[in-house]
Design a protein around this ligand. Structure first.
Ligand SMILES: Nc1nc2c(ncn2[C@@H]2O[C@H](COP(=O)(O)OP(=O)(O)OP(=O)(O)O)[C@@H](O)[C@H]2O)c(=O)[nH]1
Length: 321
């Protein structure tokens, strides 16, 4: 078996993929439409939109019975991202790269594969749109053109996702929006000589909510947290879902003491929610706050310091359990 080579621009490719937010943002719906369509159109057993991370192939959408995550070393899409043109394998048993691949080398293994490399707007090839079947087959030029059309629609979704500054699930500002706004807020606060304080929050044991009650209950928990932030803070405070179960608040014209009081209020509101809520789960979170140092601070250091304080609370909380 030939494991996929590493593209020469791998470091930049991975950076683009991580910055795109595609690995985190859980907006599967538009991709699900495309894979559903591809599966029917080509009458194949599997259609996927995949992202290729450092070591894994991660399905953004999959229609068919295959794992959502695979090692990159055995993935076909790992090969597709190495070339500008589509990769078509009519019968994997006749292809020396794949004949002894564990996905192929069994009775019901992969026989047919066609994949189109998918690019971000900056040109980085981050994944592929592919169709797979357990029987060998021909794939005509028309088929390839139709698959390329679907891949182009997936790329349009990538581009829309890359430009978005709002988190689709919660409606809060997302990481990109925060990064854009924070620099602007800092220069304004510095000019007006106002304090600006950042609170960093991370839900505790959130994975257990997903594991015990399912992903959609996990989504409900994230939305509930976003609503609690909305009701606890002022309209001038910037509310952010930074990614996964991480949230942040940028308190305008507020020093560390003011932010601490605001966070105590949030903690009380979350405790009330847990007592009165009709959900099978409860929300708990760790947090850290840090006031920006207008004289010596920089944005990156500021985020790190708030994150460090949050982490220290998390360690204390988990030691206390
Ligand atoms: N339901 C849902 N889950 C998500 C979403 N984004 C990320 N996750 C999941 O959030 C989980 C975060 O897990 P961890 O970072 O281990 O967090 P945790 O379980 O809170 O662990 P601690 O922070 O150490 O207490 C992962 O299982 C992700 O799959 C989302 O949009 N919806």
């Amino acid at each position: 078996m030939k494991t996929p080579a590493t593209p020469p621009n791998e470091a930049e490719r991975l950076l683009s993929l991580r910055q795109s937010g595609l690995l985190e943002f859980d907006n599967r719906q538009p991709y699900d439409r495309l894979t559903r369509l591809a599966k029917r159109l080509f009458n194949v057993s599997v259609a996927m939109v995949n992202l290729i991370d450092e070591r894994t192939q991660i399905a953004k959408s999959v229609d068919g019975a295959v794992p959502a995550v695979l090692p990159r070393s055995v993935s076909f899409c790992g090969h597709t991202i190495l070339q500008p043109e589509p990769l078509v394998v009519n019968d994997a048993r006749d292809d020396s790269r794949f004949v002894d691949n564990p996905l192929v080398a069994h009775e019901n293994g992969v026989r047919f594969y066609a994949g189109i490399p998918l690019r971000l707007p900056d040109g980085a090839v981050v994944g592929s749109f592919c169709v797979v079947d357990q029987t060998p087959r021909d794939f005509s030029a028309q088929d390839l053109a139709a698959l390329s059309d679907l891949a182009a629609l997936a790329e349009d979704e990538f581009a829309a996702s890359c430009a978005a500054t709002t988190d689709e699930l919660t409606g809060l500002i997302n990481r990109r929006g925060f990064n854009q706004f924070a620099a602007f807020a800092l220069s304004g606060a510095r000019r007006r000589a106002e304090p600006l304080t950042l609170a960093w929050m991370d839900l505790d044991r959130f994975k257990q909510i997903n594991d015990r009650f399912g992903h959609s209950e996990g989504d409900e928990a994230l939305k509930a947290m976003a609503n609690l932030l909305r009701s606890a803070f002022r309209e001038t405070d910037l509310l952010v879902r930074y990614g996964g179960d991480e949230f942040a608040v940028l308190f305008a014209d507020t020093d560390e003491q003011g932010a601490w009081i605001a966070m105590q209020y949030l903690t009380e509101q979350v405790a009330k929610f847990n007592q009165t809520g009709s959900h099978p789960w409860t929300l708990t979170f760790s947090w850290g706050i840090c006031e920006f140092d207008h004289h010596h601070g920089d944005l990156e250091q500021w985020l790190k310091e708030a994150d460090r304080k949050m982490f220290s609370m998390k360690q204390k909380n988990s030691a206390a359990r």
